[in-house]
Write a protein that binds this ligand. Sequence first.
Ligand code: AMP
Length: 385
Amino acid sequence: MTDASRVLVLNSGSSSVKYQLVEMADGSRLGSGLVERIGEPDCPDHTTALTRIADQLADRGLGLDSPELAAVGHRVVHGGSRFTAPTLITDEVLDAVRELIPLAPLHNPANITGIEVTRKLRPDLPQVAVFDTAFHTTMPESAARYAIDTETADRYAVRRYGFHGTSHQYVSRGVARLLGKSPEAVNVIVLHLGNGASASAVAGGVCVDTSMGLTPLEGLVMGTRSGDLDPAVLLHLHRVAGFSMDEIDSLLNRRSGMLGLCGDNDMREVSRRMAQGDRSARLAFDIYVHRLRKYIGAYYAVLGRVDAIAFTAGVGENAADVREAAVSGLESLGLVLDPALNSVRSPEPRVVSREDSRVVIAVVPTDEELEIAQQTFSLVSSAAQ
Ligand code: AMP
């Protein structure tokens, strides 16, 4: 145990597995990669994918059997109401994650397979589940419940869980560090804008609201997901347009958002088209930003006092035009962007607001793998004592 200072982080999706081997002494990556197209002839299943990853690592002297490997940390998408923290995986925990499959039918099965295959390859190695929902389990009932019949909601576990929790946790702490304060002393709005997108209100290090709900469909406009809409849109599409439930699911999750609005889900492409005067790209951008600004306003009211707004993930870290549009004209909320700082490209956490901005506007690159590795390592280290 004493020499074991590395954590393998696995993110098993339905058709791909991403991995990073992290050296905990300094957070450096000793290896990383991606096995894609699981289910196709070249890589028929997760067992093949994970065996390939184990082989790739072994080729570099970093195999699963190496004594330096302390644990494997798995990203698990849905932990329901039960899992509020990283959890050492046992048979009972696996059963509980299995019971949550109806809440995450695409994600949890792949996560479970990743865990099972790794267990077969190294049965003695501690494995930890880090849940995408865990950081949001502190939301008060007033934010977590939908206003539907309580008995129905409870029977079917219909409530708001939130996702991207590992990122919101990592970034909210990163902002506090940037401000030279402890997380407990800071109220922050985190805007995780990637292909999936979510906002959260974090008060003193604790999540009090987030924009995703029962599933990752609620909230902001995303690459291919609609985010918020009147639930009656589903009824209308079903009753009037004759869409099946599967067709509605596919429409809202895969063919909506920026892709549905303008045909492109990549913000780089949307910005490029806008610069050429493309009107549908402009409208898609405006709808994206309008929704974002609504959430910023809502979370001001939820938090009461806001110390910082942090942008993260692919769009949040790179798209200066989105950041500018999101906060423009909000000086009365204490938000004053510095255009020069905002246009700087950098992989480092940084402040992009003017010195006289009452609320700090920051860009904090997310690192979900490092957060998963740290949570995993700290759990197995304390368990070993
Ligand atoms: P993520 O899910 O965090 O990996 O974010 C992926 C998304 O980030 C892509 O689909 C793009 O829309 C966006 N993105 C990545 N790089 C840039 C960039 N340089 N400028 C604007 N958007 C970007």
